[in-house]
Each structure stands twice: as C-alpha cells, then as structure tokens.
Design a protein around this ligand. Structure first.
Ligand code: AMP
Length: 516
C-alpha cells in the first residue's frame, strides 16, 4: 500500500471525474491523471530508476507537479520537492546530499543545467510531454510495492548549523496526515476543490493528499504564484475553494477583500476554508480576518518533522466568541490533533504543570522516520519516540497550546524559514566584513524581517548596497537582510557569544547606530 494507490482507486471508481485545473482550464480527469502518472512511472523504471531512488522537483506551482508526484510514488521513488526560491548553490547541495538522480524543473526557477544529476527535464518541454503521454501498447503497470514505513517525501528543512536536513516522511506519515485532515481540519467531499495558493513543495502541496483521498478537484493558479485577486476570481469561477496560507498571505487576502469592498458573503462564494499556520498569527489579525471574510478559518501548527499535524484550532473554536477564554484561545494554536499526543516538558523531558513554559514534544504516526543520513540529528530530535520540536510554549487546563517563542533563533519571514547562521556565514565572506550577527525584527507585513548587524574593517567601504550585492550572489533572495546596521562592535557575553537578545532589544528601542 502506498500513496500511489489513492490515485489508482479514484481512477478506477470515477475516471471521468474532473481532477486538475490549470487556472480555469481543465487539465486532467482522474482517469487522465492516473494514465499520465502510470506512464511516467513506467518510463522512469525503464530508464533504470528503482524504488527508493530520489527524484527532485524544482519548479513553480504547476499542474504537472501533481502528475509527477504521483508518478514518482507509482514507481516507488522518493520525491524531493525543493523550495523554488532557493539559490542554485543551495539546490545543488540538496541534490548532492539526497543523491538524487533525476529532476523535473520549470525554466523560470532552474538554470539549464543543475550539477549532480543524471537527467533534468523541463516540465514544459516536448521531452516531458513524451514522458507523460499515456501508454497505448503496453499494459499500465501496477504501483510499485511499498511498505508504510518506506520514505515517500524527503523534505529539506534549514538546519541551525546552516545546512538543511532531509526530513524523511514515510507513506504512513503522509497517510496519517491525510486522514487527520478530515477529522481535525475540514471534511472534504468530491464537489470541493483545493487551490494551491502557496508553494507545492511545502504544506500546500502535502494537502493534495487529503483532497485526492476525497476525490476532490485540484486548482493550480495559472500564474503559479500568489495573487489575491486571482485567487478570489478562481473561487468565483470554480469555488468555493479551500487553501493553505501562511499568515502573511491571509493578510493579503483580507487586505484585498477590504480594498475592493467584498462582504463576508462574497468571500464565502470564493473560499470554503482557509487553513493558516507555519508562522505566528497575531490575535488582532485573525480577528480582522474573521470580521472581513467570515468563519472560514482553521489554524494548524506543525513542522516539517510532523507535517501539518501538531495542533489545530478549529472553525468552531474560532467562532465561539462567547467563551470566557476566547481571547486566550485565539492567541493559541489550539489542541493536539487526533493522531498525536502532545506535552510540554523541561530540558530533561519531564512534564511541566499547566501554564508553565517548556519545549513542545509530539508523538504519533505523523512524526518523521528521522533525518536523512544524519543519525546524530535524529537521536537529538526523537527521544523515546517523542519529537522534540524546538518550539516553546505552554498548555492550559483544557489542552490548548500557546507558543511563546522558538528556542532556536529561526526567523520566519512571510512564512519562509530563515536561519540567521546561514546569512551570517555569507556576510562574513563579503570583503571588508569582520563580524556579522543576524536577527529578526517584527514587521507588520512579513511577520519578521531579517536585520544584519555588521562590523566592518576600519576604512573598508562596506555599505548596504555592497552587502546586498554579495548576498544576491550567494543565497536565496528571500533570505537577504532587509536592513543593515553598521556597528563598531557586537555585544557579547563572557564566553564571547554574541548576545542576540541585546540586538533584538536595540531594534525595538530607539536607534542610535547608523543604518548603512
Ligand atoms: P516548517 O518546518 O518549515 O514547517 O516550520 C515549522 C515551524 O514554524 C514550527 O516549528 C513553528 O516554530 C512554526 N509554526 C508552525 N505553525 C505555526 C503556528 N500555527 N503558529 C506559530 N508558529 C508556527
């Protein structure tokens, strides 16, 4: 049993049912989707790819994303969907670490040749057309035999040491996530539709699984991007739609609804459900979203290591305005989802009493098998079957979890994770830079923005422009600092460790350093 069987099942039951839209254009029925995925699987196998081999997807959102994902699983392969915003060096590092053999790409995000691959295919090329062409003379192959604990998805998440780690997600993890959606997030029926308004390489793409399980429709915006006006229009044409969005995108949808004067009834026409998560949502923002767009929001908290499954704050809980603890609940991330146990512990893994702040631990069938070829990191993250999330929070007497802070110095800007160390390492290679420390500063649009404190050699001509140029050459655009502050020295403790709390404090107080 593997994720491929979900597609096979619907192709057998309802081959004529509409499955995928490219914008408002029909892209595939369930029968066509399965025929293309099975054909590609057969050709991948014929080319020598064997179950367990890794296949990279480095592309913008595209209707073929779904066909390739399921073709890979049909052939028993492990998919490695890569964030389309990564720098080519970062993608090549992932290709090398995963020892991936083939990659499917879109030309707008990938260079002509990525290093380390046997074959790279542009999904819009004649080669891709030929690979996806349904088989006419050969019998359609059955999905490759896979076990629930076999890896289906290798999800690269940024590591605190600057290098990403490959989270091994199994078929069981993703099946669990899919079935849980119906209980804790939203029931789905075949008339429903999901729109991919966030990168399919992350949570939004993973939500294809419950929507395929239910035989619902899948809508990929024609622009491949996130344009609120386009999403509302797609909703009017094909909706109401369900979608997953980071808080930054929810804010944009709400801004758009307000700007063009849409009522909650208009919003209901376009959107059935908006699932938000991945970064903190401020209570004032969700209150405004509910006011403008009506009760169509559900919050989830999870992480790559337990994808989309940690806690949920349901539509009903978000609508229960008369509850005496409604304000606290809105600021929480809700209660443990059905397949997991959740607790808050001290540094020794001992449970803390209600209200006390500690690390969030999660156990259940959604928790990853471990980090790819990194037993030390796996042993540190999973102890006695409990995932140590690195998130810090507290539980109330009813089991609602409130996140307080992230124990690591992760910056979340517009829903994307940025590890300061990665940016610091790049800044330190810029000519004239002596020291650099990167922190997040609160920002009403992005949640957080990256700010770099830089110490330059005396007399060196270091400025925001030169630093930005340097970052452009080495890291993804979204990781670049939005602000540079030149300082004579960095505040440090007795051990020489930079005091980031002090830097953050400076950013929230009056500034007396020069901004480059
Ligand atoms: P990722 O592994 O990229 O999915 O990032 C996961 C991290 O995002 C978690 O460990 C949390 O720190 C944060 N996160 C996820 N969901 C939420 C949420 N609903 N509210 C606040 N932070 C969240």
């Amino acid at each position: 049993m593997s994720l491929a069987h979900l597609l096979l099942r619907h192709a057998q039951l309802t081959p004529e049912r509409i499955a995928i839209f490219n914008g408002v254009e029909l892209h595939a029925t369930y029968g066509q989707w399965a025929a293309r995925s099975a054909a590609l699987a057969q050709r991948l196998q014929a080319a020598g790819l064997v179950p367990g081999d890794r296949l990279v997807l480095f592309m913008r959102n595209h209707p073929r994303y779904l066909e390739i994902l399921w073709a890979a699983w049909w052939a028993g392969l492990v998919v490695v969907p890569v964030n389309a915003k990564l720098h080519v060096h970062e993608v090549e590092w992932i290709i090398g670490n995963a020892q991936a053999r083939w990659a499917f790409v879109t030309a707008d995000v990938a260079p002509e040749t990525l290093g380390g691959l046997e074959r790279q295919i542009d999904v819009e090329s004649p080669d891709a057309d030929a690979l996806l062409e349904p088989l006419t003379h050969t019998a359609v192959p059955a999905p490759a035999e896979r076990q629930p604990e076999d890896i289906a998805w290798l999800f690269y998440t940024s590591g605190t040491t600057g290098r990403p780690k490959g989270v091994m997600l199994t078929h069981r993890n993703l099946m669990t996530m899919g079935l849980t959606y119906f209980v804790d997030v939203d029931p789905v029926s075949p008339v429903d539709a999901i729109v991919y308004g966030a990168p399919m390489s992350h949570g939004a793409g993973i939500y294809a699984i419950p929507h395929l399980m239910a035989g619902a429709r899948h809508v990929v915006p024609a622009s491949g991007g996130v344009d609120p006006a386009e999403l509302f229009a797609l909703g009017r044409a094909l909706g109401p739609l369900s979608t997953f969005a980071a808080p930054t995108i929810v804010k944009r949808l709400v801004d758009h609804a307000e700007e063009v004067g849409l009522s909650p009834q208009d919003a209901a026409q376009s959107f059935k459900t908006i699932v938000y998560g991945g970064a903190p949502m401020y209570a004032a923002d969700i209150a405004r979203a509910l006011r403008v767009m009506g009760p169509r929001f559900v919050q989830i908290y999870g992480q790559g290591e337990t994808p989309m499954v940690g806690t949920a704050l349901s539509r009903e809980q978000l609508s229960d305005t008369g509850h005496p603890r409604y304000q606290e609940r809105m600021a929480s991330v809700g209660v443990a989802q059905t397949p997991v146990q959740l607790r808050v512990s001290d540094e020794h893994g001992v449970d803390l009493p209600v209200g006390e702040i500690g690390e969030v631990l999660i156990k259940g069938d959604s928790v990853m098998a471990g980090y790819w070829r990194n037993p030390d990191a796996t042993a540190a993250a999973i102890r006695d079957g409990w995932l140590f999330t690195g998130d810090v929070g507290c539980l109330d007497a009813d089991g609602y979890l409130t996140l307080k802070d992230r124990s690591k110095d992760l910056i979340i800007s517009g829903g994307s994770n940025i590890y300061p160390r990665e940016v610091e390492e790049v800044l330190l290679t810029a000519p004239g830079v002596v020291e650099a420390a990167v922190v997040g500063a609160s920002d009403s649009e992005w949640g957080e923005v990256v700010v770099a404190f830089v110490v330059a050699q005396p007399g060196a001509s270091v400025n925001a422009h030169s630093l930005d140029q340097h970052c452009l050459e080495h890291i993804a655009r979204f990781k670049r600092p939005k602000r540079y502050v030149l300082v004579d020295s960095l505040p440090k403790n007795n051990y020489g460790k930079v005091l980031k709390t002090e830097l953050r404090r400076r950013l929230s107080g009056p500034q007396n350093e020069s901004t480059a």
